[in-house]
Ligand binder design. Structure first.
Ligand SMILES: Cc1cc2nc3c(=O)[nH]c(=O)nc-3n(C[C@H](O)[C@H](O)[C@H](O)COP(=O)(O)OP(=O)(O)OC[C@H]3O[C@@H](n4cnc5c(N)ncnc54)[C@H](O)[C@@H]3O)c2cc1C
Length: 406
């Protein structure tokens, strides 16, 4: 039991929500204070581009936990309180308003912020990013049946936004600078499927097209690409990736490399400071090298380990990463990381229909699975990644073979 000491958590997302609660539940009896820049209690981000944007999930179902839960655990929040500096030697945090707060232990859960597009006209009305609830609330008034939406970026956020706006009756075009959508995160076979899916739903997709500028008077009216093509737009949503928020950590002298570098107990290079979630990078024994993840799973599980570490409880972060994406009637579930594989095996028909799985093998062992409307392939894939048996690719691909027998 740790007594009468103060832990400050900087951040207000999935990681902060979990860390604060886990800290108390794992035995921290001192003060727990969460400094959150946004004016709201931590809320679920995944529905922002999915059901909340579509209007089928109400706002009151977004909070991760209700105030009463934090109250019952004596977890205090200061909302709208952005930390601007950490003095690691004095163990203090400074807020935007100049106030200085002392801590005994500090947890960083500062997450990611959107990568910004630096092109002429990007400040025009009607051009948005999509990271926060406030972002979606600003997008919604521009959504109208028959109006034209241009999505810049063909990653998961861009594709989910396209699917939601299409469901709301908008004419949608996706502009992607790379030659294929989802290039950075999946195999060409899966990208091809999502290209077909969106085209079947009436979305136009332009790949290999960088945005050069936005045109319009005060409000955006078109998007101009590098190749000179111009696309009319009533609404633009930019989803070109995120960057870990590490400014505070860097200024405080912590080791940062595509995230605050933490060990498997979520300790930063300073013994008083842990970190969890999108703002971190860590060495993965399973996949090798330093990895940086952007997922709810990583935020929640790292936060639980970070809380244990603060309480002096032995714990280690070795979880298999998982992620999901919902687009139209398709649920994509991903387990593991599709890096370093030497072979892929496809189970089911990816060229027709909307159900198949792609298994990524390295020396016959499963390192990742992308399961499209195939929850069983996802569940069993996860177990096969953990157990790591040598697999027969022919049996894996054969839909008449029960996956459970593998
Ligand atoms: C639209 C959208 C859809 C997504 N869909 C999925 C999905 O389907 N599946 C999935 O696994 N993941 C999804 N993600 C990713 C997932 O939401 C993130 O990985 C997760 O939110 C990370 O949690 P976090 O707490 O580390 O960071 P964040 O959620 O980024 O929270 C960090 C918080 O810290 C605050 N903060 C930052 N700096 C300071 C400071 N100096 N002082 C005070 N507060 C500060 C920020 O304002 C922010 O509120 C999605 C993300 C978005 C935006």
């Amino acid at each position: 039991m740790v007594t009468s000491r103060r832990c400050i958590i900087i951040g207000g997302g999935h990681a902060a929500a979990q860390l604060s609660v886990s800290l108390r539940k794992q035995g921290w009896s001192g003060d727990i204070l969460v400094l959150a820049a946004e004016p709201l209690l931590p809320y679920q981000r995944p529905p922002l581009s999915k059901d909340y944007l579509k209007g089928v999930r109400p706002r009151d179902q977004l909070p991760i936990r209700q105030q009463a839960v934090y109250d019952s655990l004596a977890v205090r929040f200061r909302l709208g309180a952005r930390a601007t500096a950490i003095d690691a030697a004095d163990r203090t945090v400074t807020l935007e308003n100049g106030e200085t707060l002392a801590y005994d232990r500090l947890a960083l859960a500062t997450g990611s912020s959107v990568r910004r597009l630096q092109v002429p006209g990007v400040e025009l009305e009607g051009i948005h990013y999509l990271r926060t609830l406030a972002d979606v609330d600003a997008i919604l008034p521009g959504v109208a049946t028959g109006k034209r939406a241009v999505i810049v970026g063909g990653g998961y956020i861009g594709l989910e936004t396209a699917a939601s706006l299409r469901a709301l009756g908008m004419e949608v075009r996706i502009i992607e600078a790379l030659p294929v959508i989802l290039q950075r995160v999946t195999a060409p076979e899966v990208s091809d499927f999502f290209l077909r899916l969106h085209r079947e739903q009436g979305v136009r997709i332009s790949t290999g097209a960088g945005v050069r500028a936005f045109a319009g008077e005060s409000r955006v009216s078109s998007v101009i690409c590098d190749d000179g093509r111009q696309y009319p737009a009533d609404l633009v949503v930019i989803g070109i990736g995120v960057v870990p928020q590490t400014d505070l950590a860097e200024a405080a002298g912590l080791v940062v490399d595509d995230g605050v570098v933490v060990d498997n107990q979520c300790r930063s290079s300073n013994p008083d400071i842990v970190a969890a979630g999108d703002c971190t990078a860590f060495t993965s024994e399973r996949y090798g090298g330093l990895i940086h993840l952007e997922s709810v799973q990583n935020a929640v599980e790292q936060a639980t380990v970070a809380a244990a570490t603060l309480c002096g409880i032995e714990s280690s972060y070795t979880a298999i990463p998982w992620f999901w994406s919902d687009q139209y009637d398709v649920k994509l579930q991903i387990a593991g990381l599709s890096r370093g594989y030497d072979r892929i095996v496809i189970r089911g028909d990816r060229n027709r229909g909307r159900q198949f799985a792609v298994f990524y093998l390295k020396q016959k062992r499963l390192v990742a699975v992308d399961a499209v409307n195939s929850p069983q392939a996802y569940m069993i894939g996860k177990r096969l990644i953990a157990a790591a048996p040598a697999l027969d690719p022919v049996a894996l691909a054969d839909t008449s073979v029960d996956l459970r027998t593998l």
